[in-house]
Ligand binder design. Structure first.
Ligand code: CP3
Length: 348
């Protein structure tokens, strides 16, 4: 049993005394304690050094008192395990020899997680040991479409031109790539569950870039395949699954068909409107604009309170609508977490 069960209970739409709160990308450069460690070790090495990866995973819990810890890693780690050359510089992540044709897809490996990413599993085991079941541990992976964007573009993209070129000229190659990533993602997430994570989040960050029709063809079926194949245990008792898509307002109803228990949404749609559209079967997570944390403590509390009101009492996890920005002052992140923990007065 986990001592602070709020996150798992909210994901299952069970009653809680207040909304649980954590932040996407909560371990990272806005924390001086993270920057201290990063000054000594490159990012990818940090991901692959379990003692240090566990240390930075715990920082936001120790410093801000969030209600959950997320494994410190990156969605691109499995791309490297599939055989791609991954580097991270100031320009962001870079993947060598991008995947743009069938022969290149065929060369990608389906790795065994215990051989290719044992450090992820060791980090989870260390975290479970150090957490003493105080708060839940979240595991994650990139969804096939979002991972494919990095593998095709070779890095972060503004307009996804190479992705669109492949999708519309060679849809068979695109589907072969997506199927291969799904095939690798399933054992990767199952290995995390077996190692001890309590909740899974699938990041399909860039799927909101697709038209609804293209989302239906290139993103949704692979999300479904992943969620269906996870060893999550019995419904209502097992490991809940969260699906995150940035800029998701146009595709909410389709996301609700993914098999996730929780939809993690961005700030361009209000939580209560999202709730009306997807009904009461799923929980919601989100959705403060990370840019709002660049405001004042007062402006942050005000906006967080409005978010809580729209989120409601049942089936709601307080979070940001995307990852926290590196230039966020720590006291502002703290103001966000504290406002959620205080909750909203009934009379307000
Ligand atoms: O949430 C957490 O605290 C856990 C760790 C985590 C990281 N990346 C650490 C990281 C998680 C869950 C991710 C997910 C991730 N990575 C996503 C999906 C969520 C999102 O934000 O959209 C994506 C698209 C990536 C890919 C990625 N990794 C990019 C584009 C970058 C460079 C941009 C940046 O923020 O620097 C990374 C690097 C990265 N991943 C950092 C961290 C803490 C910064 C590395 C550093 O210390 O210099």
């Amino acid at each position: 049993m986990i001592h602070n069960e709020r996150l798992v209970r909210a994901c299952r739409r069970q009653e809680v005394d207040r909304a649980p709160v954590w932040m996407m990308r909560q371990a990272g450069r806005y924390l001086a304690e993270y920057r201290d460690i990063r000054a000594r070790i490159p990012f990818l090495e940090l991901c692959k050094t379990p003692e240090l990866a566990a240390r930075v995973s715990l920082q936001p819990y120790e410093i801000l008192g969030v209600d959950a810890v997320i494994l410190f890693s990156d969605i691109l780690i499995p791309a490297q395990a599939m055989g791609m050359d991954l580097t991270l510089s100031e320009k962001g992540p870079q993947l060598g020899d991008p995947v743009r044709e069938m022969d290149r897809v065929k060369k990608l490996r389906i790795p065994d997680p215990s051989d290719s990413t044992p450090f992820v599993l060791d980090t989870i085991r260390i975290l479970r040991g150090e957490l003493h079941d105080e708060v839940p541990l979240i595991g994650f992976a990139g969804a096939p479409f979002t991972l494919a964007t990095y593998m095709i573009e070779g890095g972060t993209s503004r307009n996804f031109a190479e992705v669109k070129r492949l999708m519309h000229r060679e849809p068979k190659t695109m589907h072969a790539l997506l199927a291969k990533i799904a095939e690798a993602t399933i054992p990767y997430l199952n290995s995390q569950i077996e190692a001890g994570v309590h909740v899974i989040q699938l990041f399909d960050t860039w799927a909101g870039e697709l038209s609804p029709g293209n989302y239906c063809e290139f993103a949704l079926p692979y999300q479904q395949q992943v969620f269906q194949s996870l060893h999550r245990g019995p419904e209502g008792l097992g490991v809940p699954a969260i699906l995150y898509v940035n800029e998701c307002a146009a595709i909410l109803e389709m996301m609700a068909e993914s098999g996730a228990n929780v939809l993690s949404i961005d700030w361009r749609i209000n939580l209560d409107d999202a709730r009306l559209r997807i009904g009461d079967k799923l929980a919601l997570q989100g959705n403060l604009d990370p840019g709002a944390l660049l405001g004042t403590v007062e402006s942050i509390s005000g906006q967080a309170e409005e978010m809580l009101r729209r989120g409601g009492d049942i089936g709601y996890v307080a979070n940001l609508g995307h990852g926290i920005l590196p230039m966020t002052p720590v006291e502002n992140a703290r103001a966000f977490v504290e406002t959620v923990k205080k909750g909203i007065k009934e009379a307000a």
